[in-house]
Write a protein that binds this ligand. Structure first.
Ligand code: G3I
Length: 354
Protein backbone atom coordinates (compact mmCIF):
# COMPACT_ATOMS: atom_id res chain seq x y z
CA UNK A 1 0.00 0.00 0.00
CA UNK A 2 2.84 2.34 0.90
CA UNK A 3 4.49 1.71 -2.49
CA UNK A 4 1.21 2.66 -4.28
CA UNK A 5 0.94 5.85 -2.22
CA UNK A 6 4.58 6.73 -3.01
CA UNK A 7 3.92 6.18 -6.73
CA UNK A 8 0.80 8.42 -6.63
CA UNK A 9 2.76 11.12 -4.82
CA UNK A 10 5.54 11.02 -7.41
CA UNK A 11 3.07 11.07 -10.29
CA UNK A 12 1.22 14.02 -8.80
CA UNK A 13 4.50 15.89 -8.27
CA UNK A 14 5.48 15.22 -11.88
CA UNK A 15 2.08 16.49 -13.04
CA UNK A 16 2.44 19.68 -11.01
CA UNK A 17 5.89 20.29 -12.52
CA UNK A 18 4.60 19.44 -15.99
CA UNK A 19 1.64 21.82 -15.96
CA UNK A 20 3.60 25.09 -15.82
CA UNK A 21 5.90 23.82 -18.58
CA UNK A 22 2.90 22.82 -20.66
CA UNK A 23 1.29 26.16 -19.87
CA UNK A 24 4.42 28.04 -20.99
CA UNK A 25 4.49 25.98 -24.15
CA UNK A 26 0.83 26.87 -24.64
CA UNK A 27 1.68 30.61 -24.51
CA UNK A 28 -0.61 31.86 -27.29
CA UNK A 29 1.26 32.11 -30.55
CA UNK A 30 1.11 35.33 -32.51
CA UNK A 31 -0.14 34.42 -35.96
CA UNK A 32 1.57 35.98 -39.00
CA UNK A 33 -0.83 36.97 -41.77
CA UNK A 34 -0.93 38.91 -45.03
CA UNK A 35 -3.53 40.85 -46.96
CA UNK A 36 -4.65 39.12 -50.16
CA UNK A 37 -6.05 40.97 -53.15
CA UNK A 38 -9.22 39.82 -54.86
CA UNK A 39 -7.53 38.41 -57.97
CA UNK A 40 -5.76 35.75 -55.89
CA UNK A 41 -3.17 35.03 -58.57
CA UNK A 42 -1.62 31.52 -58.43
CA UNK A 43 1.71 32.98 -57.23
CA UNK A 44 -0.16 34.84 -54.46
CA UNK A 45 -1.89 31.63 -53.38
CA UNK A 46 1.47 29.87 -53.23
CA UNK A 47 3.07 32.76 -51.32
CA UNK A 48 0.24 32.87 -48.79
CA UNK A 49 0.34 29.14 -48.03
CA UNK A 50 4.14 28.98 -47.87
CA UNK A 51 4.75 32.03 -45.69
CA UNK A 52 1.67 32.87 -43.61
CA UNK A 53 -0.99 31.24 -41.43
CA UNK A 54 -3.70 33.84 -42.02
CA UNK A 55 -5.02 36.10 -44.76
CA UNK A 56 -6.96 39.33 -44.61
CA UNK A 57 -9.21 40.07 -47.57
CA UNK A 58 -7.75 43.39 -48.75
CA UNK A 59 -10.85 44.59 -50.65
CA UNK A 60 -13.17 41.68 -51.40
CA UNK A 61 -15.54 42.10 -48.45
CA UNK A 62 -15.84 45.88 -48.66
CA UNK A 63 -19.39 47.13 -49.16
CA UNK A 64 -18.55 48.93 -52.41
CA UNK A 65 -16.85 45.86 -53.86
CA UNK A 66 -19.74 43.51 -53.06
CA UNK A 67 -22.71 45.82 -53.63
CA UNK A 68 -21.90 48.45 -56.24
CA UNK A 69 -25.63 48.80 -56.84
CA UNK A 70 -28.59 48.64 -54.43
CA UNK A 71 -30.13 45.20 -54.20
CA UNK A 72 -26.97 43.50 -55.53
CA UNK A 73 -24.55 41.51 -53.38
CA UNK A 74 -21.87 39.75 -55.40
CA UNK A 75 -20.41 36.85 -53.43
CA UNK A 76 -18.33 35.43 -56.28
CA UNK A 77 -14.96 36.73 -55.05
CA UNK A 78 -15.57 36.22 -51.33
CA UNK A 79 -16.91 32.68 -51.91
CA UNK A 80 -13.75 31.85 -53.85
CA UNK A 81 -11.41 33.39 -51.24
CA UNK A 82 -13.14 31.80 -48.26
CA UNK A 83 -13.30 28.37 -49.91
CA UNK A 84 -9.64 28.48 -50.96
CA UNK A 85 -8.38 29.78 -47.58
CA UNK A 86 -10.45 27.20 -45.70
CA UNK A 87 -9.15 24.37 -47.93
CA UNK A 88 -5.61 25.52 -47.22
CA UNK A 89 -6.04 25.85 -43.48
CA UNK A 90 -5.53 29.60 -43.43
CA UNK A 91 -7.22 31.70 -40.74
CA UNK A 92 -9.48 34.26 -42.44
CA UNK A 93 -9.73 37.89 -41.38
CA UNK A 94 -12.69 39.40 -43.28
CA UNK A 95 -12.17 43.11 -43.90
CA UNK A 96 -14.52 44.97 -43.49
CA UNK A 97 -18.27 45.25 -42.92
CA UNK A 98 -18.52 49.02 -42.45
CA UNK A 99 -16.15 51.86 -43.43
CA UNK A 100 -17.53 55.37 -43.89
CA UNK A 101 -14.52 56.89 -45.69
CA UNK A 102 -13.73 54.68 -48.71
CA UNK A 103 -15.40 51.96 -50.78
CA UNK A 104 -18.81 52.72 -49.30
CA UNK A 105 -21.21 52.54 -52.26
CA UNK A 106 -22.71 55.91 -53.18
CA UNK A 107 -26.23 54.44 -53.18
CA UNK A 108 -26.05 53.83 -49.41
CA UNK A 109 -25.40 57.50 -48.68
CA UNK A 110 -28.01 58.56 -51.22
CA UNK A 111 -30.75 56.30 -49.87
CA UNK A 112 -30.11 57.40 -46.29
CA UNK A 113 -29.84 61.10 -47.03
CA UNK A 114 -33.08 61.01 -49.11
CA UNK A 115 -35.02 58.98 -46.57
CA UNK A 116 -37.85 60.49 -44.52
CA UNK A 117 -36.60 58.27 -41.67
CA UNK A 118 -32.81 58.15 -42.16
CA UNK A 119 -32.05 56.49 -38.82
CA UNK A 120 -34.41 53.58 -39.46
CA UNK A 121 -33.25 53.32 -43.08
CA UNK A 122 -29.56 53.12 -42.18
CA UNK A 123 -30.19 50.67 -39.36
CA UNK A 124 -32.06 48.38 -41.77
CA UNK A 125 -29.28 48.60 -44.38
CA UNK A 126 -26.60 47.78 -41.81
CA UNK A 127 -28.48 44.89 -40.23
CA UNK A 128 -29.29 43.50 -43.66
CA UNK A 129 -25.65 43.64 -44.77
CA UNK A 130 -24.36 42.02 -41.60
CA UNK A 131 -27.02 39.30 -41.71
CA UNK A 132 -26.49 38.58 -45.43
CA UNK A 133 -22.69 38.75 -45.56
CA UNK A 134 -21.48 37.67 -42.11
CA UNK A 135 -24.34 35.18 -41.94
CA UNK A 136 -23.32 33.53 -45.22
CA UNK A 137 -19.87 32.61 -43.88
CA UNK A 138 -21.04 31.78 -40.36
CA UNK A 139 -18.48 29.61 -38.60
CA UNK A 140 -15.83 30.04 -41.31
CA UNK A 141 -14.47 33.53 -40.60
CA UNK A 142 -12.08 33.69 -37.66
CA UNK A 143 -12.10 37.47 -37.33
CA UNK A 144 -14.27 40.24 -38.75
CA UNK A 145 -13.05 43.81 -39.05
CA UNK A 146 -16.57 44.94 -38.27
CA UNK A 147 -15.91 48.69 -38.34
CA UNK A 148 -12.87 50.15 -40.05
CA UNK A 149 -11.40 53.55 -39.10
CA UNK A 150 -14.46 55.09 -37.41
CA UNK A 151 -12.52 58.11 -36.17
CA UNK A 152 -11.33 61.08 -38.23
CA UNK A 153 -7.93 60.55 -39.90
CA UNK A 154 -6.24 62.83 -37.42
CA UNK A 155 -7.40 64.33 -34.16
CA UNK A 156 -9.94 63.03 -31.65
CA UNK A 157 -13.17 63.54 -33.55
CA UNK A 158 -15.23 62.20 -36.41
CA UNK A 159 -15.08 62.97 -40.13
CA UNK A 160 -17.57 65.46 -41.53
CA UNK A 161 -19.77 63.65 -44.03
CA UNK A 162 -19.56 60.33 -42.23
CA UNK A 163 -23.05 59.05 -43.05
CA UNK A 164 -22.95 56.49 -40.25
CA UNK A 165 -21.97 58.94 -37.51
CA UNK A 166 -24.00 61.83 -38.96
CA UNK A 167 -27.15 59.66 -38.92
CA UNK A 168 -26.81 57.47 -35.83
CA UNK A 169 -23.99 59.03 -33.81
CA UNK A 170 -21.52 56.65 -32.18
CA UNK A 171 -24.30 54.10 -31.62
CA UNK A 172 -23.82 52.89 -35.22
CA UNK A 173 -20.73 51.08 -33.96
CA UNK A 174 -22.79 49.28 -31.30
CA UNK A 175 -25.31 48.28 -33.99
CA UNK A 176 -22.55 47.08 -36.32
CA UNK A 177 -21.04 44.79 -33.70
CA UNK A 178 -24.38 43.50 -32.36
CA UNK A 179 -25.54 42.73 -35.92
CA UNK A 180 -22.27 40.96 -36.77
CA UNK A 181 -22.44 38.94 -33.54
CA UNK A 182 -26.02 37.90 -34.27
CA UNK A 183 -24.99 36.81 -37.77
CA UNK A 184 -21.90 34.87 -36.68
CA UNK A 185 -21.61 34.34 -32.91
CA UNK A 186 -18.35 32.41 -33.33
CA UNK A 187 -16.37 35.04 -35.22
CA UNK A 188 -14.16 37.34 -33.17
CA UNK A 189 -15.19 40.92 -33.79
CA UNK A 190 -12.60 43.68 -34.22
CA UNK A 191 -12.57 47.41 -34.61
CA UNK A 192 -9.70 48.37 -36.94
CA UNK A 193 -8.03 51.80 -36.69
CA UNK A 194 -5.01 53.81 -37.73
CA UNK A 195 -3.50 55.88 -34.95
CA UNK A 196 -0.63 58.34 -34.84
CA UNK A 197 2.16 58.57 -32.37
CA UNK A 198 0.69 59.14 -28.90
CA UNK A 199 4.16 60.14 -27.69
CA UNK A 200 3.89 63.13 -29.98
CA UNK A 201 0.64 64.24 -28.44
CA UNK A 202 -1.74 63.44 -31.28
CA UNK A 203 -5.10 63.07 -29.49
CA UNK A 204 -6.33 60.31 -31.83
CA UNK A 205 -4.62 57.48 -29.95
CA UNK A 206 -6.27 58.65 -26.71
CA UNK A 207 -9.61 59.05 -28.48
CA UNK A 208 -9.47 55.43 -29.61
CA UNK A 209 -8.80 54.20 -26.08
CA UNK A 210 -11.77 56.27 -24.84
CA UNK A 211 -14.01 54.91 -27.61
CA UNK A 212 -13.15 51.30 -26.81
CA UNK A 213 -13.77 51.95 -23.11
CA UNK A 214 -17.25 53.32 -23.91
CA UNK A 215 -18.05 50.35 -26.14
CA UNK A 216 -17.03 47.91 -23.41
CA UNK A 217 -19.06 49.86 -20.86
CA UNK A 218 -22.12 49.48 -23.13
CA UNK A 219 -21.42 45.73 -23.36
CA UNK A 220 -20.88 45.93 -27.09
CA UNK A 221 -19.60 42.48 -28.27
CA UNK A 222 -16.16 43.71 -29.33
CA UNK A 223 -13.36 41.13 -29.00
CA UNK A 224 -10.41 43.07 -30.31
CA UNK A 225 -8.84 46.16 -31.78
CA UNK A 226 -6.62 46.17 -34.84
CA UNK A 227 -3.91 48.79 -35.03
CA UNK A 228 -2.87 49.21 -38.65
CA UNK A 229 0.67 50.62 -38.29
CA UNK A 230 1.11 51.59 -41.91
CA UNK A 231 4.74 52.02 -41.26
CA UNK A 232 6.50 55.20 -41.81
CA UNK A 233 8.33 54.20 -38.71
CA UNK A 234 11.05 56.38 -37.30
CA UNK A 235 9.86 59.27 -39.39
CA UNK A 236 9.12 62.75 -38.25
CA UNK A 237 5.80 63.07 -36.43
CA UNK A 238 3.06 62.09 -36.51
CA UNK A 239 3.92 58.63 -37.82
CA UNK A 240 3.54 55.93 -35.22
CA UNK A 241 5.26 54.15 -33.56
CA UNK A 242 8.70 55.57 -33.18
CA UNK A 243 9.79 52.88 -30.80
CA UNK A 244 8.96 49.42 -29.56
CA UNK A 245 8.32 50.90 -26.11
CA UNK A 246 5.76 53.42 -27.42
CA UNK A 247 3.81 50.76 -29.27
CA UNK A 248 4.11 48.22 -26.43
CA UNK A 249 2.67 50.75 -23.98
CA UNK A 250 -0.20 51.52 -26.33
CA UNK A 251 -1.07 47.89 -27.09
CA UNK A 252 -0.98 47.13 -23.36
CA UNK A 253 -3.31 50.07 -22.66
CA UNK A 254 -5.79 48.63 -25.16
CA UNK A 255 -5.46 45.15 -23.67
CA UNK A 256 -6.24 46.52 -20.22
CA UNK A 257 -9.65 47.57 -21.56
CA UNK A 258 -10.48 43.89 -21.98
CA UNK A 259 -9.88 43.40 -25.70
CA UNK A 260 -7.30 41.52 -27.71
CA UNK A 261 -5.11 43.56 -30.02
CA UNK A 262 -3.51 42.87 -33.38
CA UNK A 263 -1.19 44.70 -35.70
CA UNK A 264 -3.37 44.52 -38.79
CA UNK A 265 -1.87 46.37 -41.77
CA UNK A 266 1.87 46.62 -41.27
CA UNK A 267 4.04 47.85 -44.11
CA UNK A 268 7.28 49.83 -44.11
CA UNK A 269 7.89 51.85 -47.26
CA UNK A 270 11.61 51.71 -48.09
CA UNK A 271 11.87 55.29 -49.44
CA UNK A 272 10.52 56.61 -46.15
CA UNK A 273 13.43 55.17 -44.22
CA UNK A 274 15.55 57.94 -45.60
CA UNK A 275 19.07 57.74 -47.05
CA UNK A 276 20.46 54.69 -45.26
CA UNK A 277 23.46 52.52 -46.13
CA UNK A 278 21.44 49.30 -46.15
CA UNK A 279 17.72 49.97 -46.75
CA UNK A 280 16.66 46.34 -46.43
CA UNK A 281 18.45 46.03 -43.08
CA UNK A 282 16.82 49.27 -41.88
CA UNK A 283 13.46 47.94 -43.03
CA UNK A 284 14.04 44.66 -41.16
CA UNK A 285 14.87 46.65 -38.03
CA UNK A 286 11.70 48.71 -38.34
CA UNK A 287 9.57 45.60 -38.82
CA UNK A 288 11.22 43.94 -35.81
CA UNK A 289 10.36 46.96 -33.64
CA UNK A 290 6.66 46.41 -34.25
CA UNK A 291 6.76 42.61 -34.03
CA UNK A 292 8.65 42.81 -30.72
CA UNK A 293 5.98 45.09 -29.26
CA UNK A 294 3.29 42.56 -30.17
CA UNK A 295 5.33 39.67 -28.76
CA UNK A 296 5.68 41.52 -25.44
CA UNK A 297 1.96 42.15 -25.03
CA UNK A 298 0.13 38.99 -24.01
CA UNK A 299 -3.14 40.12 -25.59
CA UNK A 300 -1.49 40.79 -28.93
CA UNK A 301 -2.66 37.79 -30.93
CA UNK A 302 -1.71 38.51 -34.51
CA UNK A 303 0.42 40.49 -36.91
CA UNK A 304 -0.66 41.03 -40.51
CA UNK A 305 1.32 42.72 -43.26
CA UNK A 306 -0.64 44.62 -45.84
CA UNK A 307 0.11 42.58 -48.94
CA UNK A 308 2.04 39.57 -50.17
CA UNK A 309 4.75 40.59 -52.65
CA UNK A 310 6.29 44.07 -52.79
CA UNK A 311 4.67 44.93 -56.15
CA UNK A 312 1.24 43.97 -54.69
CA UNK A 313 1.36 46.85 -52.22
CA UNK A 314 -1.36 49.49 -52.28
CA UNK A 315 1.43 52.03 -51.75
CA UNK A 316 2.52 51.68 -55.39
CA UNK A 317 -0.94 52.55 -56.73
CA UNK A 318 -2.52 54.85 -54.17
CA UNK A 319 -2.48 58.49 -55.36
CA UNK A 320 -1.00 59.64 -52.05
CA UNK A 321 2.00 57.28 -52.14
CA UNK A 322 2.58 56.03 -55.70
CA UNK A 323 4.91 58.94 -56.33
CA UNK A 324 7.55 57.08 -54.30
CA UNK A 325 7.10 53.74 -56.09
CA UNK A 326 8.61 51.22 -55.90
CA UNK A 327 7.95 51.33 -52.17
CA UNK A 328 9.01 47.69 -51.67
CA UNK A 329 7.25 47.73 -48.23
CA UNK A 330 6.46 44.07 -47.63
CA UNK A 331 8.08 40.83 -46.42
CA UNK A 332 8.32 39.09 -49.81
CA UNK A 333 10.17 40.55 -52.78
CA UNK A 334 8.85 40.71 -56.35
CA UNK A 335 9.59 37.01 -56.86
CA UNK A 336 7.99 35.88 -53.61
CA UNK A 337 11.35 35.39 -51.88
CA UNK A 338 11.55 36.10 -48.15
CA UNK A 339 13.37 39.36 -47.38
CA UNK A 340 15.43 39.98 -44.26
CA UNK A 341 12.35 41.72 -42.83
CA UNK A 342 10.48 38.39 -42.94
CA UNK A 343 13.15 36.67 -40.89
CA UNK A 344 13.31 39.65 -38.50
CA UNK A 345 9.54 39.48 -37.88
CA UNK A 346 9.54 35.74 -37.24
CA UNK A 347 12.51 36.11 -34.88
CA UNK A 348 10.88 38.99 -32.99
CA UNK A 349 7.51 37.23 -32.68
CA UNK A 350 9.40 34.23 -31.33
CA UNK A 351 10.31 36.31 -28.28
CA UNK A 352 6.83 35.48 -27.03
CA UNK A 353 7.92 31.88 -26.42
CA UNK A 354 11.32 32.57 -24.98
O1 G3I B 1 -12.58 47.45 -58.05
C1 G3I B 1 -12.25 48.60 -58.85
C2 G3I B 1 -12.13 48.21 -60.31
O2 G3I B 1 -13.41 47.80 -60.78
C3 G3I B 1 -11.63 49.42 -61.12
O3 G3I B 1 -11.44 49.03 -62.47
C4 G3I B 1 -10.29 49.89 -60.53
C5 G3I B 1 -9.68 51.05 -61.27
O4 G3I B 1 -10.30 52.24 -60.84
O5 G3I B 1 -10.50 50.28 -59.15
C6 G3I B 1 -10.91 49.17 -58.37
O6 G3I B 1 -11.11 49.61 -57.05
C7 G3I B 1 -9.89 49.86 -56.34
C8 G3I B 1 -9.86 48.93 -55.13
O7 G3I B 1 -8.72 49.22 -54.30
C9 G3I B 1 -9.82 47.46 -55.52
O8 G3I B 1 -8.65 47.19 -56.24
C10 G3I B 1 -9.92 51.31 -55.87
O9 G3I B 1 -9.81 52.16 -56.99
C11 G3I B 1 -8.74 51.57 -54.93
O10 G3I B 1 -8.84 52.87 -54.36
C12 G3I B 1 -8.80 50.56 -53.79
O11 G3I B 1 -7.66 50.78 -52.98
C13 G3I B 1 -7.72 50.10 -51.72
C14 G3I B 1 -7.79 51.16 -50.61
O12 G3I B 1 -7.83 50.47 -49.34
C15 G3I B 1 -8.97 52.08 -50.72
O13 G3I B 1 -10.05 51.54 -50.21
C16 G3I B 1 -6.42 49.31 -51.56
O14 G3I B 1 -6.35 48.26 -52.50
C17 G3I B 1 -6.34 48.73 -50.16
O15 G3I B 1 -5.07 48.16 -49.90
C18 G3I B 1 -6.57 49.82 -49.11
O16 G3I B 1 -6.59 49.22 -47.85
C19 G3I B 1 -6.94 50.10 -46.75
C20 G3I B 1 -7.71 49.27 -45.75
O17 G3I B 1 -8.87 48.74 -46.35
C21 G3I B 1 -8.04 50.09 -44.52
N1 G3I B 1 -6.82 50.69 -43.94
C22 G3I B 1 -6.06 51.50 -44.88
C23 G3I B 1 -5.66 50.65 -46.09
C24 G3I B 1 -4.82 51.48 -47.05
O18 G3I B 1 -5.58 52.52 -47.58
Amino acid sequence: MRRWAAWCGAALAALVVAVPAAQAAREPEVFLGAAMSSDMRPDQRRDAVRNFSAITTENAFKWGEMSPRRGVTDFSVTDRMVAWATRNGLRIRAHNLFWHRLQLPDWVTGVVRRSAAPRRTLRRLMVSRARKVAGRYRGRIAIWDVVNEPLALTGPGWDAGDVFHDTLGESYIDLAFRSAHAADPRARLFLNELVWNPALGDPKAGALLALVERLKRRHVPIDGVGIQVHGMIGLAPPWFPESTATLTRYLRALGRLGVDVEVTELDVALPLLGPVADPLAAQAKAYAKVARACARVRRCTGLTVWGLRDPDSWLDTDPTTRGRAPNRPLLLDGKGRRKSAYRAVVEALGERRR
